[in-house]
Design a protein around this ligand. Structure first.
Ligand code: PLP
Length: 448
């Protein structure tokens, strides 16, 4: 495959080499390149296009809402679709996570969540509260803006901006494959990872800690890594014991991606704040939200100042809310969450076939959120050196076979291998899973 160079125009691109062909259009799980080739979008962009591409019902909704009213500012006006969208979201969310603060994407959602946590303690305990620190984990991703990046434990992404980041404490991830405790089972890793939270809260002093943030299933930093139920049970208890808010970042895992409405539903616990984006509108319009429980909402909005000091111009715009409402209704009506569980299980079974290739070290995930990690030596789990660019080679080989994966990792800090995320649209059929697997296997075989 010939590699395209970054186009000579005035748009910033993330990669130095612009390897992908230009896309002409998308339909269902497929992307159609200007090169005339058809690609399976096996990562839904970045776990975004969960109802697939080119949905005409959403297009009609979009047009109708633009004609009615596209933008009003939420500080002054409300519109029926904004309220209906919030109502629908709170029908989906577990427990009393019923209070929706709209933003425009995942980073904004995690920023809003930590400011909400800080303001909660101010409104509850007074302005002299020392609670502000947010504990997070290595090998996690919570967004690119400075607050979100301060929580993010992905060293390559933090590196350049390190001096600009907030001093948020980090603990190890429940990344069993490379767990730092030498645990042999996922349950042991889960317990150790939860204990690490308690130790860190005590080290920082509970009076200084406002929140702990975690993904339920890890996205881009260690795709597919997840704990056993005991992790969340322990974490929920620890947070309660030390008066620390539990924030669960469902930006990637939410709205059916893992085969449950939310990743945290697997573990049966309810966080104090949840963040969502991506699958909330499946990429048809930018939207996200930080969703608070009754205690947080009432402390700030009813008993407190009644003013959450955090607004973005586009947060809660009618167009994005109408589209998100339409998308969530489609997910619900078409049973795509259940389909994600069913096809996820089938895909996971098929993927076991990849272990015949020695570079495949680990395959893990929930539903249609699956990570495949590559190693130089399966026995020792030694990662490939960055200079070998395995993630790039696998990606290009898969692309040549007509399947798009979401590459990541690299052994910059020696703590993980190259990997990719598989996250096809949730409306994928069994036949399409077969096609995806065949193409993927050919791409990996070519890399070996
Ligand atoms: N949180 C998680 C778990 C994510 O996966 C992402 C993006 O990949 C973000 C937050 C940031 O979202 P956005 O890119 O929409 O700002």
């Amino acid at each position: 495959m010939s590699l395209n160079k970054a186009p000579k125009n005035n748009v910033f691109y993330r990669n130095q080499n612009w390897i992908y062909p230009r896309i002409a259009y998308g339909k269902g799980i497929y992307l159609y390149g200007e090169d005339g080739k058809k690609y399976i979008d096996a990562c839904s962009g970045s776990a975004v296009a969960n109802i697939g591409h080119g949905n005409e019902e959403v297009a009609r909704c979009y047009e109708e809402q633009v004609k009615r009213i596209a933008f009003t500012h939420l500080s002054r006006w409300t519109v029926d679709v904004i309220e209906k969208c919030a109502e629908k979201i709170s029908e989906w969310t577990p427990g009393d996570l019923n209070h929706v603060h709209f933003v425009s994407g995942g980073s904004e959602a995690t920023e809003a969540a930590i400011k909400m946590a800080r303001q909660y303690f101010i409104e509850r305990d007074g302005k002299n509260t020392t609670k502000w620190k947010v504990i997070s984990k290595w090998n996690s991703y919570h967004g690119a803006t400075l607050g979100a990046l301060s929580m993010t434990g992905d060293t390559p992404r933090r590196k350049i901006y390190d001096p600009m980041l907030l001093a948020f404490p980090k603990i190890p991830q429940f990344y069993h494959y490379r767990n730092p405790w030498g645990c042999k089972t996922l349950e042991e890793t889960s317990i150790k990872a939860a204990q690490a939270l308690e130790e860190e809260i005590l080290r920082q002093g509970p009076e200084n800690v406002a929140a702990f943030i975690t993904e339920p299933v890890v996205g881009s930093a260690a795709p597919g890594a997840h704990p056993e139920k005991i992790y969340f049970e322990m974490v929920r208890e620890i947070c309660k014991k030390y008066d620390v808010l539990l924030i669960v970042d469902e930006v990637m895992s939410g709205f059916g991606r893992t085969g449950m409405k939310f990743g945290v539903d697997y573990f049966g616990v309810v966080p104090d704040i949840m963040t969502v984006a991506k699958g909330m509108s499946c990429g048809y319009t930018p939207i996200g939200a930080a969703i608070a429980n009754g205690e947080v909402f009432e402390t700030i909005m009813v008993k407190g100042s009644g003013n959450f000091v955090h607004g973005h111009t586009y947060g809660g715009n009618p167009l994005s809310c109408a589209v998100a409402l339409c998308v969530i209704n489609i997910l619900e009506r078409e049973g795509y969450v259940e389909n994600a569980a069913k096809q996820g299980e089938y895909l996971m079974q098929k993927l076991q076939g990849l272990y015949k290739y020695p570079i495949v070290g680990d395959i893990r995930g929930k539903g249609l959120m699956i990570g495949v990690e590559f190693v130089k030596d399966r026995e020792t789990k030694e990662p490939f050196d960055v200079s070998e660019n395995i993630k790039g080679k696998v990606t290009i080989n898969c692309l040549e076979e007509g399947v798009v994966v979401y590459p990541g990792g690299g052994s910059v800090d020696g703590v993980r291998g190259d990997h990719f995320l598989l996250a096809p649209p949730l409306n994928i059929t069994k036949e399409e899973v077969d096609e995806l697997y065949e193409k993927l296997e050919r791409g990996i075989k070519k890399t070996c």
